[in-house]
Write a protein that binds this ligand. Structure first.
Ligand code: MSP
Length: 521
C-alpha cells in the first residue's frame, strides 16, 4: 500500500490587511517542517491559504470602497501570494475560502451535520469580537468604560449580538474529546497547550452558534439561505475542502491525505482547532488530525504584534535587508517554537553576524579559498584518517541524530543549535589542524588533503542539514563545494555517511554566502 502523504497546514490568514512577520512566522515554520520531512523521503502536502469571508474582511472592503470579492482578490494577488515567494515557501496548494471547491465542501459538510441532527435553531444573545471573529465567553473579556466589554486579545470593545442563529451541538462531544485527548497526549503540543485545552473542555462545553444572520459575506446555509456559515465554521473546513472533501471525483485523493499530520496554529486560535474542529470531524465521522501545534506570538513591546495595533512589520522590511535565508534562520533559531518571542533589529543583526556571516559563511569561504589555493580548486583525495578526523565524523553522526529528533518534534531552535554546534566544531577542527602550516611543508601534503577533505565533507553535510531552513544559501554552498546530484535528493538518513564528495570535483568560490551588513540606525 502506498504511504500516506504527510499533511501540514497553516491557518488560513484573514485578508483584511497585508501580512506581517507574525503571519510569515507560521508560514516559514510550516515550510521548514515540510522540507525536513521531504528530506526523509516522504511525500508531503503543505497547504496554506486565505480566510476571506466574515465581518472583518467585509468591513475593511467597505472602508476601502470596494466590493468584498474585489478587495480579497486584490490583497491575495498583491500581498498574500507574493509573500510566500518572498519567503521561499514551497506550499503545494493555496486555498481561498471564496473558491468554488471550498464553498461546495462547506455546504456539503453542514448539510450532512444538519441531516444527522447536530444542528438546531436558537437565539444567540451575547458578546462578539469582530477582530477575533469570535463569540466570546465571560472569561475572554475585561470590563471597559461604562457597560463596555473589552476583548482581551485585541483590546477592543466587543459587539453585543442578538440574533437568530443555527447552533452546533458541541456540548455532546465533551466526553469524547476528553477521551480522545487522554488516549493521544501528543495530539496537542506543546504540553502547556494540551493542558490548557483539556482544562477548558473539562470546565464544560456549550453548544455554539454556527451561522450568522446579520452577515452577508460568507457561504450561505443550503437549508436557510438567509444565513451564512459563521466564518470560523467555514474557515476550519479549508483543511478538508482543499484536498477534495465535497468533490465526488476526489474521494481517493482525500483518503490518501486526510487526516492532517500537523495543523500549525498560533496560540490565540488553539481552541478553534483543538475543540471545535475535532468535534465537527467527530460529528461528520471523519478521522481527527494527528497533532495541533500551538506556537507563541511575536511580541512588540510585550504585546502580540498586530496590524490592528499598528505594530506589524512587513516581512520584506527584514528580508530586503538581511536576505530571505537569514529571515528564516533568525525566526526559527532565535525563538523557542511554542513560546512567545520578540523581534529586534539589534538582536537580528548580532545573530546574523555571529551565526551566519562569521560562523557558517566564514567557514565556507575560508575552506573554499584553501582548496582553491592548495589544490587548484579540486576536492582533494584524503589519506588515512587520524583520531581527530574520526572524532569529527562521530560528531556529525551525533549532531544529525540530535538535530533530527528536535526538528521532528518541531523544536526548531534546538535542531538548528545542533547544526550550529557542528559548524563550530568544524571551525575548531581547522584551527587545531592548521592547514596553512601543513601547506608549507612538502612532506605533509597528504595530511593537508585529508584535513581539507574532512572540511569539505562537513560542508556537504551542513548544506543538507540547513537546507530546510536556508534553502537558497544551501543550494549555493552545494554547488560551490562541487557536490554531485541534486541537494533536494539528499536524505537525512544518508547525510552522515562519510565520503560522499568525490575527490577531483571542482569547487568554486563565489561571493560570500552571508555578506557583512551595516547596522540599521
Ligand atoms: N483566519 C483565522 C484562522 C483560520 S484557520 C482555519 C486567523 N487569521 S489571522 O490572520 O488572524 O491569523 C493567522 C495566524 O497568524 C494565527 O495562527 C495567528 O496566531 C498568527 N499570528 C498573527 N499575529 C501573530 C503574531 N504577532 N505572532 C505570531 N503569530 C501571529 O486567525
Amino acid at each position: 500500500m502506498p504511504q500516506k502523504s504527510f499533511y501540514v497546514t497553516t491557518p488560513i490568514y484573514y485578508v483584511n490587511d497585508a501580512p506581517h512577520i507574525g503571519h510569515a512566522y507560521t508560514s516559514v515554520a510550516g515550510d521548514v517542517i515540510t522540507r525536513w520531512h521531504r528530506q526523509h523521503g516522504e511525500s508531503v502536502i503543505y497547504l496554506t491559504g486565505t480566510d476571506e469571508h466574515g465581518t472583518k474582511v467585509a468591513s475593511k472592503a467597505e472602508a476601502n470602497d470596494m466590493a468584498p470579492q474585489d478587495w480579497v482578490d486584490k490583497l491575495v494577488a498583491e500581498h498574500w501570494k507574493p509573500v510566500l515567494e518572498t519567503l521561499n515557501v514551497a506550499n503545494d496548494d493555496f486555498i481561498r475560502t471564496t473558491q468554488k471547491r471550498h464553498r461546495r465542501g462547506v455546504q456539503k459538510f453542514w448539510e450532512v451535520l444538519k441531516e444527522q441532527g447536530f444542528v438546531y435553531q436558537a437565539d444567540y444573545n451575547g458578546p462578539y469580537c469582530v477582530a477575533c471573529e469570535e463569540f466570546k465567553l465571560p472569561g475572554d473579556l475585561l470590563e471597559g468604560e461604562g457597560d463596555e466589554l473589552i476583548c482581551k486579545v485585541h483590546g477592543k470593545p466587543v459587539q453585543l449580538l442578538n440574533e437568530k442563529n443555527w447552533f452546533f451541538k458541541l456540548q455532546g462531544f465533551q466526553e469524547q474529546l476528553i477521551e480522545h485527548y487522554e488516549r493521544h497526549p501528543t495530539a496537542i503540543a506543546p504540553a502547556s497547550a494540551y493542558n490548557e485545552v483539556l482544562s477548558f473542555i473539562r470546565s464544560g462545553l456549550s453548544d455554539v452558534s454556527m451561522s450568522r444572520e446579520s452577515v452577508d459575506w460568507g457561504v450561505r446555509l443550503p437549508w436557510d439561505p438567509e444565513q451564512v456559515v459563521y466564518v470560523w465554521f467555514d474557515a476550519l473546513l479549508n483543511y478538508i475542502t482543499a484536498i477534495g472533501y465535497g468533490d465526488s471525483q476526489a474521494e481517493d485523493a482525500f483518503a490518501d491525505i486526510w487526516p492532517a499530520d500537523i495543523h500549525l496554529v498560533g496560540k490565540d486560535i488553539l481552541r478553534f482547532h483543538a475543540v471545535f474542529w475535532p468535534a465537527m470531524l467527530m460529528a461528520a465521522g471523519l478521522p481527527l488530525p494527528k497533532q495541533v501545534f500551538a506556537h507563541g506570538w511575536l511580541l512588540v513591546g510585550g504585546e502580540k504584534m498586530s496590524k490592528t495595533k499598528l505594530t506589524g512589520i512587513a516581512p520584506n522590511q527584514i528580508s530586503d535587508h538581511f536576505g530571505v535565508d537569514a529571515f528564516r534562520y533568525y525566526f526559527m533559531a532565535a525563538i523557542n517554537f511554542g513560546a512567545d518571542g520578540s523581534f529586534s533589529w539589534e538582536d537580528m543583526h548580532d545573530r546574523y553576524h555571529a551565526d551566519l556571516a562569521n560562523g557558517l559563511g566564514n567557514l565556507a569561504s575560508r575552506s573554499l579559498a584553501m582548496v582553491t589555493k592548495y589544490f587548484d580548486g579540486r576536492v582533494p583525495q584524503p589519506g588515512s584518517y587520524t583520531n581527530a578526523d574520526l572524532a569529527l565524523q562521530d560528531e556529525l553522526v551525533e549532531a544529525v541524530a540530535n538535530a533530527d529528533a528536535a526538528m521532528l518534534r518541531l523544536d526548531f531552535s534546538t535542531g538548528i543549535a545542533r547544526v550550529r554546534g557542528y559548524v563550530e566544531s568544524v571551525n575548531g577542527y581547522i584551527t587545531e589542524q592548521e592547514p596553512w602550516k601543513l601547506a608549507k611543508d612538502e612532506s605533509k601534503q597528504t595530511r593537508l588533503a585529508t584535513v581539507l577533505y574532512c572540511v569539505m565533507e562537513s560542508l556537504r553535510a551542513i548544506a543538507v542539514l540547513y537546507a530546510a531552513v536556508m534553502p537558497e544559501a544551501c543550494e549555493r554552498l552545494w554547488a560551490d563545494i562541487g557536490a554531485s546530484g541534486k541537494l533536494s535528493d539528499q536524505t537525512i538518513e544518508q547525510v552522515d555517511r562519510w565520503g560522499q564528495l568525490e575527490p577531483g570535483a571542482s569547487v568554486s568560490k563565489g561571493p560570500a554566502l552571508f555578506p557583512r551588513i551595516d547596522k540599521v540606525t
